[in-house]
Ligand binder design. Sequence first.
Ligand code: MG
Length: 268
Amino acid sequence: MKFSILAELMQRQQHPFRSRIHSVNRYHENRMAGTLQANGAQTLLIDADDTLWENNIYFERAIANFISFLNHRTYNSEQVREILNEVERENIVTHGYGLHSFAHALVATFERLSVDPVTPEMHERIHAIAHTIADHPVEFLPDVPATLQELSSRHHLIMMTKGAIAEQTGKVERSGLKDYFAAIEIVAEKDESTYRSVVAKYDLASDTTWMIGNSPKSDINPALAIGLNAVFIPHGNTWVLEHDEVTPPTPPTRLLTIEKFSQLRDHF
Ligand SMILES: [Mg+2]
C-alpha cells in the first residue's frame, strides 16, 4: 500500500502538470521582480476596511447605542455626533486608529457631555458598547474573494490597511484572504510618506502601481499626490473622518472610479 502511494507520488512528480505548477511559480517570482510588466502585470495596493469587507457600519451601530445610552437631555443625536467626531479627530493624534482609540473617544465624549462624573460602572458599559465591534465576523463586500482570486493570477497584490496591528491582523486571518496577497502592510497612517515608504520597500514603478480603496483622504489623494495611479470605489457608508474631495490627478497619473469591487476584473 505504502509503495503504491509512493509510486503514484513519484509519477506525479514527473507528470507534465508538475512542471506547469513550477512555471506558474516562476511566473509569480518574475512578476514580483517586475520583469513581466510588459505583459500587463501590475501592482495593486488594496485597502481592506470598507473596500474588502464591512467595517464602518459596526462603528455606526455602536455609536447609535452609545447615543441612546447617553440619552442627553438637551443635545440631539446629531449634536452628540458632532462632538464625538471632534473628539475622535483629536484622539487619532494620540491614540491612533482602532477599537481602543474608539472606546477612549466615547468615554471622553461622555465626560464632555455628562453633568455627572463617569462612574467605573458607566465606564465599563461604554467600553462594552465599543467592543461589540471586535466580535463581529468578517462580512465581505460583494464578490470580493472571487475577484481577488482572479486578480491575483494576473497581478501582484499587496494589502494596505491602517489601524491597530492586532485588530487588523485578526481580521486578515479570519478573512481567509491572506493567500491572495504577496504582502500585507498594516500602517499607522496612510499619508504621502507612508505611500513613499511602501513604494521604496517593494521597489514599485509608479506607472504600473495602483492604490485601490474607498477613502479619498487615505487611499486616493495621498497615492495620487506621489504619482501612483488610483481606483476609487466609494462605499455608501464611509467614516465621516475619511470624507474628502477627490483631487483630480496630473497626467500621466490615472484615476479610475468604479462602483463595485468586482468591476476591477474589467480593468486589470
Ligand atoms: Mg477603507
